[in-house]
Design a protein around this ligand. Structure first.
Ligand code: 5GP
Length: 327
């Protein structure tokens, strides 16, 4: 029970309490719904529990697929989850597969239009959450290093792959969602915040029915009822053949490690010099493999390709490899 303890922080829809361990927090999901930057507000009994359950389920999905998240487990009450304590990065990271919401207003896309590839957009968590460029994120030191920003983008796209496949297997289109990231006490980047339908745009693939917070924003249906139905769909077992595998194309470039004598390269370099290109100083011949692989997600494809490259396509003692994956 969270009684007589001091609140660490309180937002519009969540309360953070101290956890049982110093590096843990207890996140209580409130029965509150807000929209339009807090201008629209309602108390919705049962929402906290539904959001905690859906978030917990999606965090578990990501953890099981190797995404580093803040999620530890359920709390003692159904509205609570236990998280690792993070120092949050003040960015909203939005991934979009289809045009809805603010991107339609900003760029005049037709609503529901699919993008050619998933788009990542950043918004600065300040008063009115303005859109922000990567250069400005670095200029304002909102992330510790440029590589952290790069990792955020990579993770956001990997998470998107997982969500698209997961929802699609349940007849749901994952149109867009918002993520927030933080750093743990060791400086490791983890996914934080929540993964409830408040943060997503989800549409039934057959009927187009709205299964997310747009029902509240646009007064389309009862929010608790919508979220309850969504949770039921997510909890139902999915037939194995409804999980569609994706085809990935990759290139594996293998070359000998620097300073390791490669007889083939040496012979070619001698030939090059003989042919009059005396100014060629160094030459490293390599091998290029073009690979097509079927996998459930980009992460799975990457894991298998790395193993293949390390164990079969290259000799790890004397060679390095470079992996390039395309969808
Ligand atoms: P948009 O930029 O179109 O308003 O939102 C894109 C996606 O991010 C939507 O799924 C939306 O629910 C989510 N999102 C954007 N800003 C916020 C926010 O401040 N809070 C929450 N919970 N979700 C947001």
């Amino acid at each position: 029970m969270t009684v007589a303890t001091e609140i660490l922080a309180e937002g519009k829809t969540k309360i953070l309490w101290p956890g049982n361990q110093p590096d843990e927090v207890l996140v209580e999901y409130k029965d509150a719904a807000t929209a339009f930057n807090g201008k629209k507000y309602a108390e919705i009994p049962g929402k906290g529990e539904l959001n905690a359950k859906i978030s917990g389920l999606l965090f578990q999905l990501l953890e099981a697929s190797g995404i580093p998240t803040c999620f530890i487990g359920g709390g003692s009450r159904p509205t609570e989850l236990v998280y690792k304590r993070l120092t949050m990065i003040p960015l909203e990271v939005v991934v979009r597969n289809y045009a809805y919401g603010s991107v339609v207003k900003r760029f005049n896309f037709d609503e529901g239009m699919p993008f050619h590839k998933p788009l990542v957009e950043f918004f600065h968590k300040t008063n009115d959450d303005p859109q922000i460029t990567e250069d400005m994120i670095l200029e304002l030191n909102l992330v510790p290093t440029e590589s952290v920003l790069e990792s955020i983008k990579v993770l956001a796209l990997q998470i998107n792959e997982l969500f698209v496949a997961y929802f699609s297997a349940r007849g749901i289109r994952c149109a867009d969602f918002k993520l927030e990231f933080g750093l743990d006490k060791n400086g490791h980047l983890l996914l934080g915040d929540e993964l409830s339908p408040d943060n997503f745009r989800l549409r039934d693939q057959q009927t187009g029915a709205v299964l997310d917070k747009d029902v509240f924003r646009l007064d389309l249906a009862d929010l608790a009822e919508t979220y309850r139905t969504l949770l039921q769909r997510l909890e139902q077992p999915v037939a194995a053949n409804s999980v569609r595998k994706q085809m990935y194309q990759a290139e594996v470039l293998v070359h000998s490690r620097k300073n390791i004598l490669n007889p083939e390269s040496k012979a070619i370099l001698e030939g090059v010099h003989t042919l009059g290109y005396g100014n060629v100083q160094a030459l490293n011949a390599g091998k290029r493999f073009s690979v097509k692989i079927e996998a459930d997600s980009l992460i799975e494809a990457e894991q298998q390709l790395k193993k293949l490259a390390e164990t079969v396509l290259s000799n790890p003692v004397i060679e390095d490899y470079e992996l390039r994956i395309k969808r």
